[in-house]
Design a protein around this ligand. Structure first.
Ligand SMILES: [Zn+2]
Ligand SMILES: [Zn+2]
Length: 190
């Protein structure tokens, strides 16, 4: 990858202090000089605040980026993959759940483009961080499972059926897949 120039991060959600170089900055100037007008970019760094209701990228964990950047008419096309570890609470048993987010990305960075539609392209650099942030947030699991076959909690007594067998009568499943969790919440709020 070409030498990186200083860049002012644009991510509104925080992460890097203003004036600090983004670890996801890519030199557009080098791309313009390159005969093929394209380059492979592999980089990784921690990004703060990657969390949704059901899961989050643990603080300090690296988000990895493997993309090809190419000069195209109107801007720079970025395509490839973003990978990050996540942790959360299992929606069935409330135990720890973890996994890896793998997001495919293909986005255009444009100078003077509508920031609602495209990512901003600086004169000499572009910062992949807003793209990386959006891709991870979009693909973090909302309602994760600790394992596909998690047996969950007993809706009657609350026992973790992964660990123990209880003798409760089975209840009908008409209340949907999260009924056990809902009933547990009812119990706790009494
Ligand atoms: Zn579970
Ligand atoms: Zn039970």
């Amino acid at each position: 990858m070409a030498a990186r120039a200083a860049v002012t991060p644009r991510s509104p959600g925080g992460g890097h202090a203003p004036g600090r170089r983004s670890p996801f900055a890519v030199s557009v100037a080098a791309l313009r000089r390159d005969a093929d007008h394209r380059a492979s970019v592999v980089c990784s760094a921690a990004i703060g605040g990657l969390a949704i209701t059901g899961s989050a990228v643990p603080d300090g964990s690296d988000v990895s980026v493997e993309v090809v950047v190419e000069l195209v008419h109107g801007g720079v096309l970025v395509s490839g993959a973003v990978t990050a570890p996540w942790e959360g609470a299992c929606r069935r048993c409330l135990g720890p759940a973890r996994g890896v987010v793998r997001s495919k990305v293909r986005e255009l960075f444009e100078e003077n483009g509508d920031p609602e539609v495209v990512y901003p392209l600086g004169r000499d650099t572009l910062d992949l961080e807003p793209l990386v942030r959006d891709a991870v947030l979009l693909d973090l699991p909302l309602a994760p499972l600790c394992r596909p076959a998690c047996a969950g909690l007993c809706p009657v007594c609350g026992a973790n059926r992964n660990d123990t067998a209880c003798t409760c009568e089975p209840v009908e499943q008409s209340r949907g897949p999260w009924s056990a969790l809902d009933m547990l919440r009812d119990d706790q709020s009494r």
